[in-house]
Each structure stands twice: as C-alpha cells, then as structure tokens.
Design a protein around this ligand. Structure first.
Ligand code: CA
Length: 714
C-alpha cells in the first residue's frame, strides 16, 4: 500500500566596537580560564574575537561581525589545523572559543579543550557513557556542544548527567543525574547558562518519556527549577497552572504510554530585556495521536515554542506549531531572535523553521503569530490560517483510515542543524530537507517500555521492494541551502545540494555563508546571492555548524566534521550510494594556510555471503515488521545500513542462530553499543529477524551483482 503511494509521488513528482587583540606572545599556550560571566554573555555580540555560547549570542543568530575572510578573500583560505576525534559516530557540536581556547565535543559526550590557534590538545574529559545506552538514542551518540561560565565548562551527557568541569584542567567539579536514569532519556543538546543557572533539557520521546527542562545552580549543581512540557497523570495533581491548562487538551491515558513526550532536546534562546527565555518542544510519545490521545486534542505543549521566566521557570506564553502533532513534527528546531522592521514598525521577533515545513515569525514579547509560510514542500497542510494561527490540514494527512505520504518526513523540513541570520542581508540561512515519508496505522500497538514506540507502522514507512523503485526515489531525497527573507516570508535564493542532511550554517559580515555538506565539502557562499566561492574536501559528510573567531588579528573559521545522525543511520539505501565515511575531526581554516589531510582508506561495499534461505515466507515477513519497529533506527531502513555501524546483511552472525541470539538477546556485544533486546524479543522473534536479514542479504547480493555486470558491460 505505501509502496503504491510512493510510486504515485514518483509519478507526480551593526556597528560594533572591535575588541583589542590579544597581546600575549604567540608561543604561549593560552590559559583555559573560561572567564565568561553575565556581563560578557550579554555583550557577546560585540565580542568579535570569541564564540562564547552555542549560538554565539543569546539571540542565537550565529552571525559574526568578523570579515577578514570575505567574499573577495575567501579563495585564499586553507586548512590551518585539524584535530582528530577518536570515534566513528556522528559529530554535531558547535565549538566554543574563549580567549584562545576551543572547547568542543565529539560523540559520546566527550569534551576536548584545544589551543584554538594551533589545535594543540590541552585536555579531554570522557564521561565514559555506557555504550548500551545507545539503545535509548533515536539519532546517534551525538552531542552538540558545551556551555561556559566563570571557569567552568558544562556538558550534558548522553546518559542524562549534567557535568561541570574545571575549564583549566577538565577535572569534574560536580556531576548530577538530571533524569530518572531508569527511563529512556538521553541528552544530546548543548546547555546554556543564564545568570548563574545552567539550563538543560533531554530527548527520548521516540521511546516513552515525559519532557522537561531544568535549571541548575552553576556552583552547587542543585536543581533550581524544572518545567514539564506535558501534563502528568491529572489524578496526581498538577505542578502549575500551565500543566492544568495543558491537560485540558489531552485525552486518554497518555501517562501510561511513556509520559506523552514533548522533550526539550535542542533549541533555547534568551531575551534579557524582556527577561524571557524560549524553548522548543518536541513530538509526542507515541507519534501517532490516535493512540496517544484518543479522541483528539491539541496536546499542549507538544510541538510548541514556550516562553519562560529564566529565574523561576514560570510559564509566560506559548505558540503551538503543530496542534495534535502526529508526524514527529517537533518544534525543537533552532530559535533565532532578531529585531526587524515589519510593516513600518520595529518588531522584536522570534523565528523558527520547525520540522513541519513552515517558517514562523512570532512576536517574542507576546507569542502573537506575525506571519508563517512554507519554506519547503509541504503536503500535510495547505497553509497557516492567520486568523487562528493554526495550520489547515490536508484531508487524510493524519493517516487514520489509510496510509498517507507526508512531506516533510519525520526528519522534518529542517532538523537540528543550526540555521543563521545575517542582519546585513536580513536573510535566514536554512539547511533544508525535502523528502517524503509514508505514514500508516500499525496493525496493533503495544507500548513497550524502553524501546521505540512511534505508533506508526514501520512496514508502511519502509522502502519499496523493487530496486528500480528505490533508485527512482533517489532524486526525491533532496536537500538545499535556502536563504529565506523572514519579512516577506519568501525565498531569496537557494543552492541545491546532492542530497539531504547537510550541515548547519554560519553567516558573517564578510558577505559569506559557510556550510558543510553531506557529500564531503565545506563551502562558502555569498550571503546576498548564494554564489559558491570556495570549498574544501572534508573526506566525510559534515552535519555540524561552523563557527568563527579571531586570534592576534587573524580570523579562523572552524567546523567539526563527521558524518552521522538520524539520516545517516536510517537512510542507508541512499547513504551507501554516496559512499561517505565517518572521519571525525575539527577542521580549522584561515587565510594563507594550505594544510592537507591524510588519505582515507574507505571500503563502502558490503560483502555478501548469506546462508541459504530456509525460513518460511511468513517468518521472514514477521521478521521484517519486527526489524522495522526495533532495529531500523540504528541499522537502517530495510536492513540497508548507513555503514556507521555494521550492515547486518554482511554480518557473519546471520549464519548461526545461536550466535545471532547471543548478540540480540544476551547482549554479548553490549560494550560496543548493541544492547540486549531480551526484554522486547523472544527467541522466535529474534530468529525471524535473522530470517528477514538473510532474505535481504540475498536481495542485496543480487543488486550488487547486477550493478557489477552493468558496469562491466560499459
Ligand atoms: Ca522525534
């Protein structure tokens, strides 16, 4: 059924003062003091040389006034230094640079301090995350960076810890569990610090958690406040009036299905004048509202932007982007604050391009919707009704009676990859995703604690059987750099990339936008017109956002390269075709440098030698459904891996039922991230998944042989 639908789609188809340069002698190693305080963070926009917090300023614009590297000079930019992460998992961090020291994170929440001029290693902190915890991560063992405050560096750890490090040494000052560690919470986002409070949320809404954000005292690690994003069981009472209001928009017993979701896993921004902080709230648990809240309801505050008082966590206002969310349309995406003239008036706005495909301009004092328009292809709704501020949904988009092909997919029209805003051009630079996904009701739904609970049929969302149809879908898998004018809600320019899942963006006063791409380039474009001026072969897909800083009068541009994340894991069918390895390292550039990277030895081909198919077709099909619900998130749609982790079709384990089961249910490879699934699969189910993998291995072998004979014939 979904394949028919996919086939149908195929057919249809400012003026700032410059800081004094550092006058220390060039040979000295910088002091890792992280001397960041409230005054310095509030004035971060004028601190040209440094990058003090995740989005550079509290407005999260990711715009730098530096312009030594500019549209005229960028062609003389080359590699100044690189630093290798010891990992093959995805890299999503934006590095901080504070007074000559870079603080960055690799995968598994490992923090590194480097000399920002040379890349020389100063210290590393490894929180030693139990690799089994990856079972609770939808989207790779990633981390998006750290926060700094008065000599401390804060990292949110994948297993839910918040750790304060001595910025000079990397020693632990304090460490707290921010979540119930028995539950499938994870942390991948960067903390922020507002006036002595460290703010951190969490993820896990695919698995079954109740979302919240907490504020911790920077010195003691004690929790100061916590704001839940969805109500708990009403019989137990509400934490505050906001939860009481929210509960009126829910039906059923969502708290028994994992807690409703609504995790705050990425975006935060802060307006010190209004004394408001803004958070983006994620999708529901499960995704499917029919299951989560039978009878409907908006399900606040899922998929909402919520304004809070940073001192107390008190609710002030919200704007819900996707009422009754049912497609994994999170509103956790990057939030940017700016002041801009709209209809002759200067407005304090908040901007977001959440997963649902619409770009929102909201009055950040009141939450009033100013404008909205789709920034990518959208099939689930026709437009946003400006009277009500609500989307007008397309008939059937909720896939209740029959499957529906929805664009954007569950990975969104824009995901976590940071966008940027240039006050010079007035444009927002969005790393856009543009591809569909088929949604359908599951045949039955049983909430399974601790594993994926989307409530959406994995079989419906699978790839077509025929290789010709899969190949024909490749051109549908689109991604681009989009320059969007938020005042007119219209496109200024676009650069079409070779596929989805490209990097975050950085805008600079040099009339430049920097972005890494999935196909292994780090590139510079003119900010006003999108002309490609420069690129560098990174040897790996780049998904993180670049940043820039200055030392001794020299501008550096840096990006953490390393292919990974949800698309890289799930869409192996298309990722393998691009043959992009994970080579994880910080790459730092400046004018006049000409560093080279060592050659990479990369063998993208899966070697198929499957045993004969001996299982029944029924067993293979049962294994298919189980695989799509249980294994697909890491090992890839239809058993085609993105190659960051093993392609099961080429695994020797499929030859032996006992060895297979030892891995799947006894967890003998747990230390390498393959946790035991004994709580979720019995022996017969494990065996049926093996039968399915064997079937797919034969299929993969045939495809590989057919391709080889075509290329031999050429
Ligand atoms: Ca999600």
């Amino acid at each position: 059924m979904p394949r028919i639908l996919i086939a149908l789609v195929l057919v249809a188809v400012t003026a700032c003062s410059k800081q004094q340069p550092n006058t220390e002698p060039v040979t000295e190693v910088p002091s890792a003091a992280a001397a960041v305080d409230a005054a310095r963070l509030l004035a971060a926009g004028d601190d040209w040389a440094n990058w003090l917090s995740y989005g550079r300023t509290y407005s999260e614009q990711r715009y730098s006034p530096l312009k030594q590297v500019n549209a005229d000079s960028v062609d003389k930019m080359g590699l100044a230094w690189s630093f290798d992460f010891n990992t093959e998992r995805g890299i999503e961090a934006t590095s901080l640079v504070i007074d000559g020291v870079m603080y960055t994170t690799g995968s598994w929440s490992i923090v590194h301090a480097l000399d920002a001029r040379t890349g020389e290693h100063l210290w590393t902190y490894d929180p030693e995350v139990d690799r089994e915890k990856i079972k609770h991560g939808c989207c790779d063992a990633v981390n998006r960076g750290v926060a700094a405050w008065k000599g401390q560096i804060f990292v949110g750890v994948f297993d839910g810890r918040l750790v304060a490090l001595d910025a000079a040494t990397g020693e632990v000052n304090w460490s707290v569990a921010t979540v119930d560690t028995e539950l499938p919470y994870t942390i991948t986002g960067a903390p922020r610090v507002i006036d002595g409070k460290v703010l951190i949320g969490n993820g896990g809404a695919e698995y079954g958690v109740r979302g919240f954000i907490s504020a911790y005292d920077v010195d003691s690690g004690e929790v100061i406040w916590r704001f839940y994003t969805v109500p708990g069981n009403p019989e137990l009472g509400f934490e505050n009036d906001a939860m009481k209001m929210a509960a009126e928009t829910w039906n059923g017993k969502w708290w028994e299905l994992g807690g409703g979701g609504g995790t705050v896993w990425d975006a935060m921004a802060y307006d010190p004048e209004l004394d408001l902080m803004y958070i983006g709230v994620g999708n529901g648990t499960p995704w499917n509202r029919e299951i989560r809240s039978p009878g409907g309801g908006d399900n606040l505050f899922l998929s909402s932007i919520v304004a809070l008082r940073p001192d107390t966590g008190e609710y002030v206002w919200h704007y819900q982007t996707t009422p009754g969310e049912t497609w994994d349309y999170t509103a956790t995406q990057h939030i940017i604050l700016a002041d801009m003239e709209i209809d002759g008036k200067t407005r304090k706005v908040l901007m977001q391009a959440p997963k649902n495909g619409f770009f929102y301009v909201v009055d950040r004092a009141t939450g009033e919707l100013i404008s909205a328009n789709n920034y990518t292809n959208v099939t689930w709704a026709t437009h946003i009704d400006m009277e009500t501020g609500r989307p007008v949904e397309a008939e059937g988009a909720r896939y209740i009676d029959s499957p529906f092909v929805v664009t954007p997919s569950y990975l969104g029209g824009h995901n976590w990859h940071p966008m940027s805003f240039s006050p010079d051009t007035g444009l927002v630079y969005i790393p856009v995703l543009d591809f569909p996904a088929a949604y359908g009701q599951p045949e039955d739904f049983l909430y399974r604690p601790g594993t994926a609970n989307t409530g959406v049929s994995g079989v419906v969302g699978s790839l077509p059987d025929s290789q010709a149809e899969r190949d024909a879908m490749r051109p549908l898998m689109k991604g681009r750099l989009l320059a969007w004018d938020p005042r007119t809600q219209s496109e200024a320019w676009r650069v079409e990339h070779n596929g989805p899942w490209n990097g975050g963006t950085l805008a600079t006063a040099g009339n430049l936008v920097f972005q890494g791409t999935a196909d292994g380039k780090f590139a510079a474009f003119t900010a006003d017109t999108g002309e490609r001026l420069w690129d560098f072969a990174t040897q790996t897909g780049v998904v993180a956002a670049p940043m820039t800083y200055e030392i001794d009068g020299e501008q550096y541009v840096s990006v953490a390269a390393g292919w990974g994340g949800a698309y890289a894991l799930v869409f192996g069918e298309y990722v393998q075709a691009e043959s992009m390895p994970n080579v994880s390292r910080v790459l730092t550039f400046k004018l006049g440098a000409d560093g080279q990277l060592p050659d990479v030895d990369w063998q993208p081909n899966v070697v198929f030698s499957p045993p004969p198919r001996t299982a029944t077709a029924e067993a293979e099909e049962a294994g298919f459904a189980l695989y799509q619900d249980t294994c697909m998130g890491c090992h890839g749609l239809n058993a085609v891996s993105g190659l960051l982790i093993p392609d099961l079709r080429g695994s020797g384990l499929i030859h032996d039922a006992d060895s297979w089961d030892k891995v799947v249910r006894e967890g003998i490879l747990a230390s390498r991230g393959m946790a035991s699934f004994a709580d979720h699969l019995d022996r017969e189910q494990s065996e049926s998944i093996r039968a399915y993998i064997i079937r797919e291995a034969h299929r993969g072998k045939e495809v590989q042989e057919a391709r080889a004979s075509v290329s031999a014939a050429r």
